[in-house]
Design a binder for this molecule. Structure first.
Ligand code: B1M
Length: 225
């Protein structure tokens, strides 16, 4: 019988192969064989979507294939999400608000980050995609300890700097940690706009948030996952 780990590349391939039924079947098998849902999500589904992105860049796939791949990915996402929610959140580890900056409709990565952060015990507010600056400021007003900004486009990631400045102007910056991510976002960029941390993937985002919220709220930690 195949090792459970061997299901991970198969899962990624099923996303790339635009096969939702197979994705669902492999996700169920992965769980039944004891693979943690978060690994199936990042090393299977998210990895598959990364490969789809590469095919898109190489003009092997076009928008219809990308959307079918996303549909296949979300079929598996629903199976894993249900499992990850089980038995969590008896005590909240903190409040996190996540959103994709204004002008940007790419939300697949943010959705993966959200599920993983939630599954690790944080209360999450999903601000959605194409989120106006004021909604991030409101989230901080409403008690979010960490604001997570996602962007997939070089043309929209610059909005992250505006959000940090707006939080500063509203006097909210000392009480909130801002983290940034998304394919074009680098640690250098995060540092240059005064973010508190950057994470290259969903796993690292969870670790980063755990580090930033450990101990007292607003401790002034600067983090990189
Ligand atoms: Co578009 N798109 N797209 N697209 N798309 C890109 C991003 C692009 C790089 C493709 C290309 O040209 N090579 C390019 C951007 C170029 C640039 O930077 N300027 C692009 C473009 C140009 C566009 C349009 C303008 C195309 C057009 O209409 N002419 C248009 C823009 C619409 C808009 O936003 N206003 C557009 C539209 C679309 C679709 C709607 C078809 C679809 C989005 C569907 C959706 O999200 N609901 C789409 C997709 C799917 C892609 C690609 C192919 C894949 C993106 C993706 O989902 N990756 C992408 C090409 C590529 O990436 N090579 C492309 C998989 C996902 C799991 O990874 O989001 O990186 P990612 O998330 C990771 C990490 O980055 C990290 O964790 C996640 C999981 O591990 N992470 C965080 C993400 N957010 C984080 C936040 C954190 C921490 C970590 O803390 C808060």
């Amino acid at each position: 019988m195949a090792e459970p780990d061997e299901l991970l590349p198969q899962l990624a391939d099923a996303v790339v192969g635009l096969k939702p039924e197979l994705v669902v079947e492999l996700c169920r098998r992965a769980l039944a064989e004891g693979l943690p849902a978060d690994r199936a999500m990042t090393e299977g589904l998210a990895r598959g979507m990364k490969l789809v992105g590469e095919k898109y860049a190489a003009k092997e796939y076009y928008v219809p294939e990308v959307l079918l791949a996303a549909r296949a990915m979300y079929s598996g996402f629903d199976v894993l999400k249900a499992q990850m929610a089980n038995g969590k959140l008896l005590v909240s580890k903190g409040k996190v608000a996540l959103g994709v900056v204004q002008g940007d409709m790419h939300d697949i990565g943010k959705n993966i980050v959200r599920v993983m952060v939630q599954a690790s015990g944080f209360e999450t507010t999903d601000l959605g995609r194409n989120v106006p600056l004021r909604a991030f400021v409101e989230a901080a007003h409403n008690g979010a300890q960490v604001i997570g900004l996602s962007s997939l486009m070089t043309t929209t990631m610059v909005r992250m700097a505006d959000i940090i400045k707006a939080l500063d102007r509203a006097g909210l910056r000392p009480g909130v940690r801002v983290i940034v991510g998304g394919a074009p976002v680098t640690k250098g960029f995060a540092d240059s706009i005064g973010a508190d941390g950057w994470a290259p993937d969903a796993h690292s985002a969870v670790r980063l948030i755990e580090g930033l919220t450990a101990g007292t709220k607003g401790s002034g930690n600067k983090g990189t996952a």
